[in-house]
Design a protein around this ligand. Structure first.
Ligand SMILES: [Zn+2]
Length: 500
């Protein structure tokens, strides 16, 4: 049943260019958006940049620029990379956008008026890179100095006037929500949050910074000497993007199907804190928070400090093809575990799957269709039942796997159909047949149906393939075996040249 599908990525911190970690999450969202589009859903796909806060204020100062000029440049880098990777977002949101600043003010005014915000003093160890305070037991200690466990940089002692959000009132409510509803996916990650809530509960959260220290942020509507904490500012982007407070109809249409894709390191903010904020705004939680692990490079977490960050352009240059990069990142994606980027494994999959299984099949069928049938291949009276059954089964299985966000497994399943089509050709030997058209038709149908399923993963290549073989990619409704009447094969493209 067609419905709506609202998918978001985290908004990224634009203090540097995006790397494959950002690409991984964003491609995953793009694949899901395109998949739902083929299902017939009304899709809204939101991504963007998180542009306020002390870290950016300092990065801009260091670059000798005013923060807005700095984030303008950085946001344009992100857009450039998403255009390179063929990311079809509906909106690129920036937290400096006027409508977003309005959202933050409207949301916080509402919460303030409910009496859920009070003034206090915050004391603690702060990491400016995380924009986060670290309590005892959370930071690392060496020679009496305290370090951020993520950035390994010294923490700063901060003592200042702030406003707190009464999150401590929400422990029981959020616990009950997480225990009774399957919002966090996979479920394993929900258990971590539930046990943290049981152990420590929710604590009141410092949600403003003195403007004298952090001027680069949204001004607190009730006190011009304070700016709003970036995390609260950032989370609200998911509401701005679909028109909360401006266009209620559009907002509700999409909000009921909200799917946030995030890395596991930001789950606490995207569950305990986000769900509380939503409740304060009288809004239900999102439908799903889809959580994935980190990207490891040969078993080590990718980090600037270690210097093992894989750049997007390096991968694109290596394969000479954006869709190969999209494919490979999704082929090895997993939600439950960290994904290990292993260059040899990627290359092997490229050659065996994209160049051989898919590439050779297309090339063989295309060449034969042109040489032996003049490029015209029409639907015969009877179809190959085994291939027909395999195509139907593959589509059903792939739909289920994508629904479970098992994208790597879905690709393996789709490629099983292509392997079956290759085996079918070897068995029926159309190059020896006097009239090979009926055989070629069956193989072309397998290719067409696989192309529809592969389109969300490799949109440009699948368009190119459809164009070369003379068919169209429309929706899953058209992915039935024998539904295409006549192929007009124009060329037999080499989609993925083999790498040595
Ligand atoms: Zn840190």
């Amino acid at each position: 049943m067609p419905g709506t599908f609202y998918v978001t990525t985290p908004i990224y911190y634009p203090n540097d260019k995006p790397h494959i970690g950002h690409a991984y999450t964003t491609i995953m969202a793009d694949v899901l958006a395109r998949w739902h589009y083929l299902l017939g859903d009304d899709v809204f796909f939101l991504t963007g940049t998180d542009e306020h806060g002390l870290k950016l204020q300092r990065a801009a100062e260091k670059a000798g620029k005013d923060p807005k000029t700095f984030v303008d440049e950085m946001a344009s880098f992100f857009k450039k990379y998403w255009s390179l990777l063929n990311i079809g977002y509906s909106r690129f949101i920036r937290t400096t956008d006027e409508d977003h600043v309005e959202t933050v003010k409207r949301a916080l005014t509402k919460i303030y008026k409910k009496g859920l915000i009070y003034k206090g003093v915050y004391r603690g160890w702060y990491c400016t890179s995380c924009e986060k305070f670290y309590g005892e037991g959370e930071y690392l200690e060496k020679d009496g100095q305290k370090f951020c466990p993520i950035h390994l940089k010294p923490l700063e002692w901060v003592e200042e006037e702030t406003y707190f959000l009464k999150l401590s009132l929400y422990t029981e409510k959020i616990l009950k929500l997480l225990e009774t509803k399957d919002i966090i996916y996979p479920r394993e990650y929900a258990r971590e949050i539930i046990s943290k809530l049981r152990r420590e509960g929710l604590k009141d959260l410092s949600i403003t910074r003195p403007k004298s220290r952090v001027y680069w942020g949204v001004e607190a509507p009730w006190d011009p000497n304070h700016t709003i904490y970036v995390w609260v500012d950032a989370l609200l982007n998911y509401l701005t993007g679909i028109g909360w407070g401006r266009d209620e109809e559009t907002f509700w249409k999409y909000w009921r199907s909200a799917h946030h894709i995030i890395g596991k390191d930001i789950l606490w903010f995207h569950s305990a804190i986000w769900f509380s904020l939503l409740d304060m705004l009288d809004l239900p939680p999102p439908k799903k928070v889809i959580v994935h692990g980190f990207i490891l490079v040969r078993g080590v977490k990718m980090s600037k400090t270690i210097g093992n960050v894989v750049r997007i352009e390096d991968l694109v240059n290596e394969y000479g093809n954006v869709d190969a990069v999209r494919y490979l990142l999704m082929r090895f994606s997993t939600l439950e575990k960290d994904m290990d980027y292993n260059p040899e494994q990627f290359r092997q999959a490229y050659n065996a799957e994209l160049a051989d299984t898919l590439g050779n099949l297309v090339r063989r069928v295309g060449v034969l269709a042109k040489r032996k049938a003049g490029g015209i291949v029409e639907r015969p009276n009877s179809l190959d039942q085994e291939l027909e059954r395999k195509a139907k089964e593959t589509l059903e299985k792939a739909k289920k796997l994508v629904d479970e966000v098992k994208l790597g497994e879905a690709l393996v399943t789709i490629f099983d159909l292509l392997r079956e089509a290759n085996a079918y050709l070897n068995r029926t030997e159309p190059w020896k047949a006097e009239n090979p058209a009926p055989i070629l038709y069956n193989a072309l149908e397998a290719i067409r149906i696989a192309s529809i399923m592969l389109y969300p993963f490799m949109p440009a290549t699948m368009e190119r393939l459809a164009n070369a073989l003379g068919f169209k990619i429309e929706s899953f409704d058209k992915a039935c075996f024998g539904c295409w009447e006549k192929y007009q094969v124009k060329e037999a493209p080499i989609l993925f040249p083999k790498l040595r």
